[in-house]
Ligand binder design. Sequence first.
Ligand code: 4NP
Length: 154
Amino acid sequence: MVNVLFVCLGNICRSPMAEAVLRHKIDERELSHKILVDSAGTGDWHIGKEPHEGTRRILDQNKISYANMAARLVSSEDFQKFDYIVCMDKSNGENVRKVPGGEEAKLLFFMDLLPEEELREVPDPYFTGNFEQVYDLINAGCDVLLEMVIREKL
Ligand code: 4NP
C-alpha cells in the first residue's frame, strides 16, 4: 500500500477536499487497493467534524464522496505510516515540523505540483470563501500527484 496524507490547518476545508478528490481519481483508475489517502490538520478546533459546508458543496457539485470523513490532528505515527505528506501552505509545514518526529519528515507542498501557477500556497477558503478556486487547484494538483505516485511507487 502507498499512503498519501494531505495536511492543512483545520482539516475541514482544503485537506479533506484534496483527500476526497484524490480518492475519487484513485477509484476511477481502480487503484484503491494500492493507494490509501487520508488528511489531517495541525489545529485542534474542529476535531471529529465533517468537512466544511463550502467543501461539501463543491464536492457534491462534482459528485465526489466525502462519506465518513472526520477532522483529526496530525500525529507522530503519521510520519511512519505515510509515504507522501502534502502540505497546503508553508505554515502547515512549519506546524508539522513542531509535532514530535516532524523535524525529519519528508514534506511536499501542494503548489509544487503546479509550478506554472503563480500562487505558491493553496489559499485558505475558510478565510477567502473561495472554494471554487481551491477546488480547481486541488483537482489539477491531484492529477499531477496521482501520476507521480504511480510513477514512483507502483
Ligand atoms: P483548512 O481551513 O485549514 O483548509 O481546513 C481552516 C479551517 C478552520 C480554521 C482555519 C482554517 N480555523 O481557524 O478554525
